[in-house]
Design a protein around this ligand. Sequence first.
Ligand SMILES: Nc1nc2c(c(=O)[nH]1)N[C@@H](CN(C=O)c1ccc(C(=O)N[C@@H](CCC(=O)O)C(=O)O)cc1)CN2
Length: 293
Amino acid sequence: MDGKSFSAVLRGRVSAAVGRLVAERGVAPGLAVVLVGEDPASQVYVRNKGIQTRDAGMNSWEHRLPAETPQQDLLALIGRLNADPAVHGILVQLPLPGHMDAGAVIDAIDPAKDVDGFHVLNVGRLGTGQKAMVPCTPLGCLLLLKEQLGDLSGLDAVVVGRSNIVGKPMAQLLLAENCTVTVAHSRTRDLAEHCRRADILVAAVGRAGMIRGDWIKPGATVIDVGINRIEEEGRARLVGDVDFEGAVQVAGAITPVPGGVGPMTIACLLANTLTACCRAQGWPEPDFAKTGG
Ligand SMILES: Nc1nc2c(c(=O)[nH]1)N[C@@H](CN(C=O)c1ccc(C(=O)N[C@@H](CCC(=O)O)C(=O)O)cc1)CN2
């Protein structure tokens, strides 16, 4: 499954919808991204978010704070962004430096502007089938799955990983699509056996190549969320949580790393920002990113 191509299609749909908003209503959605510290991967992701936001015709603001910024200063910035009507989406890039309480920072964001869908109110809304902001990576996985399989009703789905960012919201989204969902993790007994029962296997554990080809049911659809940097023969490269060479022989479809789920994350961020803007104004929202409610 080619996430790079599909994310370009999704970004094209977002750009077209933004163009219509600007032409017909004179409003451009706006996204503020906050980066604290100098984590090299985060700097790349934040730069790409800014570029893709502007390319989609939206307003983009980047706030870069030093690693030693007191949490109070970050909370004060979030307060100003919450109060700014031109800002429809706010994203604080994770991970945060160790002295900060990520939960408290996320919950300081206005839930209506929480385009990451990490605020406890959005988590609760997603879990209870209400209109929510949905975390970008699992939303990207779901869009890929629906593009590949259509109706997911009744399928056995196994999510390996129970993080708040991917595993748990992924399980909620699959439940809402009427899948039978198992959430497995590092302490699951007979993990391979659980995986072998999956029509849909989502790997989000952060361990390079942990899911082997012989753990996969023939014909299954495999979504690899892992982005692991490994050194091989003195060269760094990115690999997923699934042993791609083994899995591709057995799976019906599989996402590569890179070029699978990763690009969908930023495309879904743009979709969420557009959704947040439409909801803030009481305008009809685009259905490509609609979930719940
Ligand atoms: N506030 C958030 N922080 C983080 C999130 C998030 O959704 N919200 N997710 C990740 C990082 N991330 C976006 O922020 C992200 C990760 C990967 C990609 C991507 O396009 N990956 C490429 C490879 C890129 C590379 O070469 O490094 C791919 O898989 O093809 C985009 C966004 C953690 N933090």
